[in-house]
Design a protein. Structure first.
Ligand SMILES: [Zn+2]
Length: 351
């Protein structure tokens, strides 16, 4: 199999140390002999070649062919190289393919997986806007957008697919057009509806639901839908100024949302509850472009890792938050509860 040096591959020296690759693939080589050997192998790979081609051209210089062969093998297994024919600079997904290659996965496998998937985006606000644009840029085959809201001027601080001229129009209509402007090969369906107990079962059975709506009780409804229909979902959002995503629910494999009781309880004192309800009335979160962009980006990256089967999905069995005031990461454990009445109830055979 012929390979070529990956286009992102760079090397450099600092204080006599060879820096091999940058970013997460960086390695530091101290030994002079190894430095020269590796650089010569990489230089051979500036043109497409296979292992035997490199061995042939370097054999005369290196007496110990075993050492040479070992280094060639290691480099051929590393993300420093890419299969020939994958990277074409002008292709629309070429930079994404490089990113997958950097993540040590066959780039075409990831791309083909994405091009066969159907994702429901439930909620076309700040998170839904960015998630849709990201997914359309990745070439996901089919998106269903669900929302019944119209665009308001106050949405424009975070809902970047919308412009002033769109105010007053349905979010789903404008977002669909923005997706198609970006990538005309994607199938985009829209549903102008608010999800309720009565209509939740009319949702399409897709490969995944991104839950980016925040109406009361919506997570419970989607959790139930997910378990009944075996459809994974990921909740992406924010808590005030903390960008959050997770738990990523794969029915019966990971936790479900209700495996842990992380929700507020009702206080038995009627008077206190009245005060709580009064204070919480007309609550408005400071939703902005920063938290929406961060949460949507990290959430969609987990979705792509899951669908493309590479790297590590970070939000299984936990909710992850990035505090935008301190850049502190917080993880809220959401482990699978074997006694969870929701998972368990639905798992039992229907009599
Ligand atoms: Zn559960």
């Amino acid at each position: 199999m012929k390979k070529v040096l990956a286009p992102y591959m760079k090397v450099g020296f600092k204080d006599n140390k060879l820096y091999l690759g940058f970013g997460s693939i960086k390695k530091i080589i101290h030994d002079k002999f190894e430095q020269k050997l590796i650089l010569e192998i990489l230089a051979c790979l500036k043109k497409p070649t296979d292992k035997s081609g490199i061995l042939k051209s370097l054999m005369r210089k290196y007496e110990n062919s075993e050492v040479l062969s070992k280094f060639v093998d290691e480099i051929f297994e590393s993300p420093y190289v890419i299969d020939i024919g994958i990277y074409k600079r002008e292709d629309r997904y070429s930079r994404n393919l490089l990113y997958y290659n950097l993540n040590k996965i066959d780039p075409l496998k990831v791309q083909h997986a994405l091009e066969s998937k159907h994702i429901v985006i439930l909620g076309c606000g700040g998170i839904g806007n960015i998630a849709s644009l990201l997914l359309s840029s990745l070439g996901v085959r089919h998106l269903t957008l669900i929302d019944d809201d119209k665009i308001e001027l106050s949405n424009l601080n975070r809902q970047f697919a919308f412009c002033e001229k769109d105010v007053g129009f349905f979010k789903t209509d404008i977002l669909k057009q923005a997706i198609l402007d970006r990538n005309s090969s994607i199938q985009v369906d829209i549903l102008k509806m608010k999800i309720t107990t009565e209509n939740v079962n009319t949702l399409p059975i897709a490969d995944l639901v991104i839950l980016s709506a925040d109406s009361n009780g919506i997570v419970r409804l989607i959790n139930e839908f997910s378990l009944k229909n075996n459809v994974p979902y990921l909740n992406i959002g924010y808590i005030q100024d903390i960008a959050c995503w997770g738990p990523f629910v794969i029915p019966y494999k990971t936790c479900c949302f209700l495996c842990q009781n992380n929700l507020a309880n009702q206080e038995s004192d009627f008077e206190l509850m009245n005060l709580v309800n009064l204070i919480n009335q007309k609550n408005q979160v400071p939703s902005n472009g920063f938290v929406n962009t961060l949460a949507a980006s990290f959430g969609v990256l987990d979705v792509v890792r899951y669908l493309g089967k590479f790297g590590q999905v970070m939000s299984y069995n936990k909710r992850i938050g990035l505090h935008t005031d301190s850049l502190k990461w917080e993880e809220q454990s959401w482990s699978k509860n074997p006694e969870c009445v929701y998972c368990k109830q639905i798992l039992e055979p229907i009599s």
